[in-house]
Design a protein around this ligand. Structure first.
Ligand code: ZN
Length: 510
């Protein structure tokens, strides 16, 4: 590429560094910052966000982008440069449409809604949260109108997290998923098979669990020279830049597995970031409404990587054939009298719960569908915020066979809406579905996969993911990437088949 592209790269590098520095502050805020540091930190965030926003939507970047596009005319559309220009053009156009007043108003509404939500959840009082959520919803709707004055407002919101995806795509795939998942969960609950989860509630030492998790993710291929794991109230992955991708984990656990599976989940996210091609570096992308230093394709594809490590690898029999003896050596007394089969069943126990983050593989998507349907109604205007607690109760009964006793374990449980994330939940289910679609292809390409996993050999798996998924960064739209890899569009079939096979065996379903 020529001079114009290099000039664009230089401008982007400055923004990228500002965005990355802001992420360092976020990481610190959620790990080691003393409680008194909050106010000053909010100011630092605001300053860095304003500077990077101004540079990103400024005329200088717009002109440089245009010049680079002219220079790139005739370039192979599969080249990294062409991919970068497509994504920058998309993000630049989207961010330019949003007036500074909206950004400021939304930031205030967000911070207020978050504080109100936190208290309302403690008090289990939805009425207290209702006005704040109404304001967030109104602002998100006006944001969607900026992007889609004629079209579907939900599509406009979804597009921030899952470029190119439409609500109608989700409706179709969820429509296929819903009856079969509900039926599967019903059959499991009627099964007489013995699945004992009490094994996991034995007193497993936290430090040993933490270290075992580190050992496993190092085997998976998480690069500790370019990453680290720290304690935080919730597990998350954060990219400071592509050679420093950190993860966090809980330092407490109610049962064995929560620390290990969180490590594997976040390592799945982090290995994705660590595997993005060096030639794609230094270009910030729009993730949600904010700029991000990660340059990944979408949240759904991202989540497919974490779910794959956590579930398809971490909850598989092959994995535990390899690791159970090691676990027994670490916890000889805790695992006394427990064999591989009993342990495998216990970590795959299915039990409908009211709380999404505690949900197992069989029920997880039901939590997401419920939220998607509610979000859709709110954004399209067929549902009022005031009706949420009742709708939530109804849908929870229909899908999970449970009734939330209060709003805390119902409509107030998730942070997302208070944070302004409307249109985000479906990406979790997309992650589940895509992980199974990719897995099907991986199995064809690596027929020896189970044996490799049994021997804690993950290098072929990682190399496959690097080549097919990670290295491409945000070069393609998510469904295009999926199609290039699997030859297929989004489909619920592989995931349904995976669940049905796995649980038919564990729960001895007919
Ligand atoms: Zn995740």
């Amino acid at each position: 590429m020529g001079e114009a592209f290099e000039k664009l790269r230089g401008l982007c590098a400055t923004i990228y560094d500002l965005v990355g520095a802001n992420e360092v502050l976020s990481w610190d805020e959620q790990t080691y910052m003393p409680p008194g540091g909050g106010e000053g930190r909010a100011r630092q965030h605001a300053t860095l966000e304003r500077l990077s926003h101004e540079l990103f939507v400024g005329d200088q970047l717009g002109e440089a982008l245009e010049a680079a596009e002219a220079e790139a005319a005739g370039l192979d559309p599969d080249s990294d440069e062409a991919g970068i220009l497509r994504r920058l053009r998309r993000d630049f156009t989207k961010k330019r449409r949003v007036p500074a007043e909206w950004v400021e108003e939304f930031a205030q509404a967000q911070s207020l809604a978050f504080q109100v939500w936190r208290q309302a959840k403690l008090d289990s009082d939805f009425k207290a949260f209702q006005p704040a959520l109404e304001r967030i919803l109104a602002l998100r709707r006006s944001y969607a109108q900026l992007h889609a004055p004629q079209g579907s407002l939900y599509d406009a919101l979804l597009d921030d997290y899952e470029p190119g995806m439409k609500a109608s795509d989700l409706r179709a795939v969820f429509g296929e998923l819903r009856p079969q998942q509900v039926q599967l969960v019903r059959s499991i609950s009627e099964s007489k098979a013995a699945v004992d989860e009490s094994i996991l509630l034995r007193p497993f030492d936290i430090k040993k669990q933490w270290d075992f998790g580190l050992e496993v993710i190092e085997h998976l291929g998480y690069d500790f020279r370019r990453g680290r794991q720290d304690e935080a109230p919730h597990p998350f992955t954060i990219t400071l830049h592509l050679d420093d991708v950190r993860i966090t984990n809980w330092s407490t656990a109610e049962a064995f597995g929560s620390i290990l599976f969180a490590s594997m989940h976040e390592a799945g996210h982090a290995m994705y970031e660590q595997g993005i091609s060096p030639s794609l570096r230094g270009f910030p992308t729009l993730s949600g409404a904010a700029l991000d230093p990660s340059h990944s394709v979408s949240l759904g594809i991202h989540e497919s990587q974490s779910r794959m490590m956590e579930n398809l690898v971490g909850r598989s029999r092959a994995f535990w054939k390899g690791y159970f003896p090691r676990l027994q050596a670490i916890f000889p007394s805790e695992l006394e009298g427990v064999d591989l089969e009993a342990f495998y069943r216990s970590i795959n126990r299915v039990k409908p719960t009211l709380i999404r983050v505690e949900a197992d593989e069989a029920t997880y998507n039901l939590h997401i569908m419920l939220r998607f349907e509610i979000e859709l109604g709110l954004v399209e205007g067929s549902l009022a915020v005031a009706d949420l607690p009742e709708i939530w109760r109804e849908k929870t009964r229909d899908y999970l066979g449970l009734t939330p006793p209060d709003d805390r374990s119902g409509v107030l449980q998730d942070i997302h809406w208070s944070d302004g994330y409307i249109g985000y939940f479906p990406t979790y289910t997309l992650g589940n579905l895509i992980s199974a679609q990719l897995w099907e292809k991986i199995r064809q390409d690596l027929p020896d996969l189970d044996r490799q996993i049994e021997q804690a050999q993950f290098s072929d798996l990682l190399a496959w993911l690097r080549e097919k998924v990670h290295s491409h960064g945000a070069k393609y739209e998510p469904m295009e990437l999926l199609h290039r890899i699997t030859g297929d569009g989004l489909s619920a079939k592989p995931y349904l088949q995976y669940l049905t096979e796995k649980y038919s065996e564990i729960y001895e379903l007919g």
